[in-house]
Each structure stands twice: as structure tokens, then as C-alpha cells.
Design a protein around this ligand. Structure first.
Ligand code: ZN
Length: 433
């Protein structure tokens, strides 16, 4: 197997093992632990050693991993990469039970800007966090992943909706309740969950109290296309970037200060205790720095690359892109620009990135939204404005963003890892610009 094939195989395994941000962070934790990184507890004292790697997790769904450099951080600064762990999906409502015509269904809330039509007629698994009380009356939490088709949202037949191919809009309240079983009896979802926990090895569950559970597509990630030019999977936005960031961090043995931050809640605006607009990254970096002046000097020597997928130009809808800014799949990472600061890229940070791409022998593309369309955003501008660090927004071009199954080029993630690996090893992110 070639290096590229190996990389994509591990990427697919990561995607399949990470149906929710909780699972993605757990997968990252395992990889970091294996690579010798140590867990930090924010409640305890930290004894950080030069050259060592550490990580800390909040809410089980956001993670900051870093390696301490050899020289003082105020002289060297941090080379940072940021991404987000969450993706749009359907989340089970707190009291989800619906009993209609002998079918037991679960009501769902739409998390983030999901493209809803592709959710119909899929084999849906269910995963997330369950909080319960054990036999001793203690509160406990468990990650579960029912990785089998436990639910389905059947389409309405075209005979009953003759207009379906012309205008099929989705009413999320009416159309999305998920059928999970057929039964004349009244069912209690928490009781079902308690059984599921038991089957997962949690034997001491006395009562399920609450949960954060998401439906997801059971179909595993796959190489797609005649020549396997593409990779298809759920949650490419933005687990692809989490994975590239992690692989880059772990590939590098350098004396520099490196940080990887992967936040939850980007798809709903990032404003939360663990989102990019919250204090997590800043409080970790301040604690590493120790005092205000060290922190300020370190930030002035630092840079953040915010990695989040970009929109590739779609051959059937090419008028959705500006003619000069239509990124192609498998043609390199995309620098994302927006003068209104929906992306934090500036010409200094993008120049540095272009040079990194040249020295990595990787092509690079740029994106700016059509002037008559609204621009998306990501964690880059939020981090830039929260901690005042110079920032670059980039990403791998994809199709079908926010669909239940997205599509990326099979070479782009691999190539971006090459570039980010070089970035982490940069002598200075100040002199280079
Ligand atoms: Zn994203």
C-alpha cells in the first residue's frame, strides 16, 4: 500500500470511529496518549517540561493539544492549527417519544445548517453521551455508539407527492421524526437507553437521566470514483481538518511550540464554554505563558492556521463560483479570503502559506465568494479576534458540504498534511512574512 493509501485508510477509520464530537475527541485522545502526550487536569497544578506533549479536554468534545518547545515561548511563539469537531446532524430531543400508528419514533432537533434532503432513506446509527445514575447513586457519563441501523426516516412515495422532484422542501418538525421500531406498546426511550448501556458493558445503570445523542449514517467512509479520485464520508467538515492537524502534530519532532485546537460548536456559532468564541484556547495559552508580558510577547510571535473545508467548484453548478476562484478537488489546499473578515486571512499569512506549499511541492488555490453572494465563516476570525493572533483560513475543497455524505479529493488531505508539517517546523512565523 502506498503512503497515500495508508493515510486515507487511517483517515477513513478515524471518520468511521467518530460519529460525534465526543467520539472524535476520544479518538484523538487515544492517538495522543499513544504518542506519549500526557493528559492535563485544569483543576490541578501543571508541571510542563520542554519537549513534552500535553493535551486537555473540555466537555469531552473540545481538545487542545500542544508540545512545549525548547526555547522560551515568548521568543518563539506558538505555531497553531485550529479545526472543529462538530458537524450538522439530527439530535434526539429531550422527551423524544412519539407513538403513531404503531410506530415508535424519536423527535429530533436539527443541529447546525444541515442539508436535510439526503437524510431520508438512510440506515441511521445513533451515538453520543448518556448521563446516568449508578447503583450507588453516583452520576456517571458514558459514550455509546449504536453502530447499526437503529433508525430510518422513510421518504414519502412519489405517488403521494407528485411534486417531489420539482419542489421538495423539508419541514424539520413534521418530516424528520425517526422511526426506530414498530410496537403497539408505549415505549420509554430512557429505558431503551439503559438496556443499550447494559449491552455496552455499563452494568450498574439504575436510571438514565439525560443524553446528547445524534443520528448518523452507518455507511462507512469509502474511496469513490473509477480511479478512486474521491473520498466520500459523513463529517468531512470538519473531521478531515482535525485529522490532518493531528497527523501533522504527531509527525513532527521539533523544538518549536506547537498547538492543535479542535473546538466543538462551530456549526452553531462557536459561542459556548468549549467553542472557539469561548475562553478555552486563551486560558490554556495564558497558563502555559505564566504571566501577562510573556503571554503578550508569545502571541506577537505566533500564528494560527484555521483549517476548515472549502467549496470546490461543482461541474453542474459552476456559476455558483467566481470565475477566477473555483477551487478544484485534488488541486491543493484552498486559501480562503474575505475582505469583510468572514475569513481571517491577510496577505502576510497567505504569503507564508504559499511559500510553505511551494517548499512542500503542493499546489495551492484561493477562494473568494461571488460578490453577489454571502460568505460563510469559521473559527479563524473568532480566534483571531479573541486572542489577537495573526491567522490564516485554509481548507480542503469539497462537494456537498453539510450533506449526510460529503465528498473530497483523495489527495488533498494527504497534501495538506505535508504543508502543515512544514508549518509546525518553521523557524519563525514572524521573519517569514
Ligand atoms: Zn466547517
Amino acid at each position: 500500500m502506498s503512503d497515500l493509501q495508508e493515510f486515507n485508510k487511517r483517515l477513513r477509520e478515524f471518520l468511521d470511529a467518530s460519529p460525534t464530537p465526543f467520539h472524535a475527541v476520544e479518538e484523538m485522545r487515544l492517538r495522543l496518549q499513544e504518542a506519549g502526550f500526557s493528559a492535563l487536569d485544569e483543576r490541578g497544578e501543571w508541571q510542563l517540561e520542554q519537549g513534552k506533549g500535553y493535551y486537555l479536554i473540555r466537555n469531552g468534545s473540545s481538545i487542545v493539544a500542544f508540545r512545549c518547545g525548547k526555547d522560551p515561548v515568548h521568543e518563539r511563539g506558538w505555531r497553531m492549527v485550529g479545526a472543529h469537531t462538530d458537524s450538522p446532524n439530527l439530535k434526539v430531543k429531550p422527551t423524544p417519544e412519539l407513538h403513531r400508528h404503531g410506530y415508535f419514533q424519536l423527535g429530533v432537533e436539527v443541529y447546525g445548517g444541515a442539508l436535510l434532503n439526503p437524510w431520508f432513506d438512510r440506515d441511521l446509527g445513533l451515538a453520543g453521551r448518556v448521563n446516568y445514575e449508578n447503583a450507588q447513586g453516583q452520576l456517571r457519563s458514558a459514550l455509546i455508539n449504536l453502530n447499526r441501523p437503529v433508525g430510518v426516516i422513510p421518504s414519502l412515495a412519489i405517488h403521494l407527492d407528485r411534486d417531489a422532484n420539482n419542489n421538495h422542501s423539508v419541514n424539520p418538525q413534521r418530516d424528520l421524526p425517526v422511526v426506530i421500531l414498530q410496537s403497539e406498546e408505549s415505549n420509554d426511550f430512557r429505558a431503551l437507553l439503559a438496556d443499550a448501556l447494559g449491552a455496552h458493558g455499563y452494568k450498574d445503570v439504575s436510571a438514565v437521566l439525560d443524553f446528547e445523542l445524534s443520528f448518523y449514517d452507518c455507511q462507512p467512509a469509502a474511496m469513490v470514483g473509477w480511479n478512486e479520485d474521491f473520498i466520500a464520508s459523513a463529517r468531512l467538515d470538519n473531521l478531515l481538518s482535525c485529522y490532518i492537524g493531528l497527523e501533522s502534530l504527531l509527525a513532527v519532532d521539533t523544538s518549536e511550540h506547537m498547538v492543535l485546537v479542535c473546538n466543538d460548536h462551530e456549526e452553531v456559532g462557536s459561542q459556548s464554554a468549549v467553542g472557539a468564541q469561548g475562553p478555552m484556547l486563551e486560558s490554556v495559552l495564558r497558563r502555559i505563558a505564566g504571566d501577562e508580558i510573556t503571554w503578550q510577547r508569545a502571541i506577537a510571535n505566533s500564528m494560527m492556521i484555521s483549517a476548515d473545508n472549502a467549496h470546490g467548484i461543482h461541474p453542474n453548478f459552476s456559476d455558483k463560483h467566481d470565475g477566477n476562484h473555483g477551487p478544484l478537488l485534488n488541486a491543493g489546499p484552498v486559501i480562503k479570503n474575505n475582505v469583510n473578515q468572514r475569513y481571517a486571512t491577510n496577505s502576510e499569512t497567505s504569503s507564508l502559506f504559499r511559500r510553505l506549499c511551494v517548499s512542500s511541492d503542493v499546489a495551492v488555490q484561493s477562494f473568494v465568494v461571488r460578490s453577489d453572494m454571502a460568505c460563510g465563516s469559521t473559527i479563524g476570525p473568532l480566534t483571531a479576534s479573541a486572542i489577537g493572533v495573526k491567522t490564516l483560513d485554509i481548507g480542503v475543497p469539497t462537494f456537498a458540504m453539510h450533506s449526510i455524505r460529503e465528498l473530497a479529493g483523495s489527495k488533498d488531505a494527504y497534501n495538506l498534511r505535508k504543508v502543515l508539517t512544514k508549518y509546525y517546523q518553521l523557524d519563525s512565523v514572524v521573519d517569514a512574512v
